[in-house]
Design a protein around this ligand. Structure first.
Ligand SMILES: CCCCCCCCCCCCCC(=O)SCCNC(=O)CCNC(=O)[C@H](O)C(C)(C)COP(=O)(O)OP(=O)(O)OC[C@H]1O[C@@H](n2cnc3c(N)ncnc32)[C@H](O)[C@@H]1OP(=O)(O)O
Length: 439
């Protein structure tokens, strides 16, 4: 999942003239406002560090009180328990509700999950946009090689059978420094708006943990927009306008100071076609070459997935309206030298009379060896524009910082925190030390 990141409006941060996230007064904020914003965020973060976390304090995760303690070793926090000691029955839910294992192949089940998420999943702080994961996307996200149906967990109202909560896990091999760890990636935690703050989320998390343990897996990775004990890294989203007029009309971004609409449109204009010779869509026969390229590239990061060919075929082979992948095949040697990819995650635009959907592309995995990363990503922007996306989003993970400002991305105002369950890292990592993108 991603926090919804609306954009900071700091015109001096190297972001383009059109700044994003509207100010109520419609004026560009003064530097002093920005300093106050930063201060407010720091205060918020430290308050969150002081806050008690009744549930998270009981879990094998890095605790705030242990931050910076040099005596604690890196690695698993708790050893695995014998499988025979893992609780065999599901956790108790409040009486009105029941567990359901979700077979996402089932069209009706997929509809129910889609509807729950489309109406209740992540929104931005101002409740202007809500993630609208498509059904094809959910099927892709939940069925990687070796997935477990038992890890796709719903909660229904017993009487009406209405789906009111959801959480998922998928298996993944994730490398932390030299150690490849079998983990679960946890995502799509959602409780219906009418059932919030009733402590249902901790039960959902305990139940998915139990089901992951039953497969003899003891670690997990997840991301959240909220601060919990304790992030292993904190990233920022950046946004590159492709359709600035629409983004301004729907309140995603606003006209920069001293900018007109026509100047803004000109600022974000991209060439009609890509510029790199040999740039083409990835095909199935490219899987071995792309796997080699990506494995080699990801080896430089402290935390990264350990992709094999099956993973690359699943996660990176293009799927219409789900994931797009392009590569550069050298016209001379036919060697695959560069790769870029993005996934499709639209957002519903809430309460706008003219527009209902924001079409967003999210940068996924990118590797450059022969083509400068800047040029490769500019080509990715060009194809995204050709395909009618409104905005191209990227986190500041991997080497993304090297192209964000120059390619006219503007910084978002939210943060995305990365977490590991039952795995301690000694120091918080820089976002550029992360080689992992979760959906
Ligand atoms: C080995 C295998 C391990 C597998 C498990 C690994 C861990 C996986 C962890 C899950 C990774 C999920 C990754 C994603 O999908 S992140 C996406 C989360 N979803 C949304 O933001 C959608 C909109 N929001 C909601 O649906 C609800 O607000 C949710 C469901 C988020 C909370 O429901 P509600 O608002 O009704 O609250 P409550 O009264 O039931 O429960 C309150 C407790 O829940 C803690 N809380 C709140 N938000 C989150 C959050 N995003 N991750 C973890 N914990 C969270 C909170 O700090 C408090 O605990 P504590 O502070 O008192 O201690």
């Amino acid at each position: 999942m991603k926090a919804f990141e609306m954009v900071d409006s700091n015109p001096s941060s190297g972001s383009p003239e059109e700044t994003q996230n509207p100010n109520p007064d419609g004026n560009a904020p003064a530097e002093s406002d920005l300093a106050l914003d930063n201060l407010a965020q720091k205060v918020q973060e430290s308050l969150s560090l002081d806050q008690r976390h009744k549930f998270w304090e009981t879990q094998p995760v890095g605790q705030f009180k242990d931050i910076g303690n040099p005596t604690l070793p890196e690695g698993p926090i708790e050893p695995p328990t014998p499988l025979s000691e893992v609780k065999q029955e599901p956790y108790n839910l409040p009486n009105l509700y029941e567990w359901v294992t979700c077979d996402i192949h089932d069209e009706q089940m997929c509809d129910e999950i889609y509807t729950l998420l489309a109406n209740n999943y992540v929104e931005d702080d101002e409740n202007m946009f809500r993630f609208n994961y498509s059904k094809e996307f959910l099927r892709w996200a939940l069925q990687p090689p070796g997935y477990f149906t038992a890890w796709h967990i719903g909660v229904r109202v017993k009487t009406s059978k209405k789906m009111v909560a959801f959480i998922t896990g998928i298996p993944a091999r994730i490398r932390v420094r030299d150690e490849v760890v079998n983990m679960a990636e946890i995502n799509f935690l959602c409780v219906h708006k009418k059932l919030r703050t009733k402590r249902l989320a901790p039960v959902m998390i305990k139940e998915v943990t139990r089901r992951v343990h039953l497969e003899n897996i003891w670690q997990a990775a997840y991301t959240a927009g909220v601060i919990l004990p304790t992030p292993v890294a904190t990233c920022q989203y950046w946004h590159r306008s492709l359709n600035p007029k629409k983004l301004i009309d729907v309140g995603f971004s606003r006209l920069g100071a001293r900018m007109t609409m026509s100047r803004t449109i000109k600022l974000y204009k991209l060439p009609e076609s890509t510029v790199t010779p040999g740039f083409r869509k990835m095909e199935i026969h490219d899987v071995p070459a792309v796997t080699r390229l990506i494995r080699n590239y990801l080896s430089q990061f402290i935390v990264a997935p350990d992709f094999d060919e099956n993973d690359v075929e699943h996660w990176l082979l293009p799927r219409e309206n789900v994931v797009d992948s392009y590569l550069v095949e050298s016209p001379e040697t036919h060697e695959v030298t560069d790769f870029c990819s993005f996934y499709t995650l639209p957002s519903s635009i809430l309460g706008n009379p003219n527009y209902s959907t924001l079409k967003a592309a999210y940068s996924f995995y990118n590797v450059s060896t022969a083509t400068p990363l800047l040029q490769l990503m500019n080509d990715a922007l060009i194809v995204a524009k050709q395909k009618d996306y409104d905005v191209f989003n990227a986190l500041d993970v991997m080497q993304n910082e090297s192209f964000l400002k120059e390619l006219k991305f503007g910084p978002g105002d939210g943060k995305l925190h990365y977490y590991l369950y039952n795995y301690r890292v000694r120091h918080a990592l820089k976002s550029s030390e992360l080689g992992l993108v979760l959906l």
